[in-house]
Unconditional design. Sequence first.
Length: 156
Amino acid sequence: MRSFAAACVAAGLGAACAAGSPCRSGEFHRFTGYSRPYFGAWTVAHGDTLTMPEMGDRFHLDRFVLDSDTVRMGRECRFQGRLVFSAPAETLGVTWFAQPEHGLIFGWPARLGPFGGISVAWWGRDSLRGALLFDQSLGIQVKPGTTAQFTAGRAR
């Protein structure tokens, strides 16, 4: 009697018998449907510049791209993207996904600040409104009520 794995190889079904990828799961299929309207390049039309006194840096988001390419992160699957800052002049590779009410963008290196990500939601029919999320676990205290918000439209 052969093992299950040997039977799969013998039948030429190695891929079909392999453990499922999180990027092929039913849950990620739902996230894909929620995320599809967010796919593309976005230009920030109005955005706050945030200054972090503890770090001496100003931060200003200029544009971002929410790609449809996927990346496996352990048992999760997310989409890839990029954030382009004009201050400091830097481009970050990020991951993201959307739920029915908003999209969440992740991937800040700790050296850039106490940022946990960005939450974006539809604002009208063709714009996104977003807010910076802070990660208090990095030890930098942010005053209650401190926000960095922006409004973005499709890049042309």
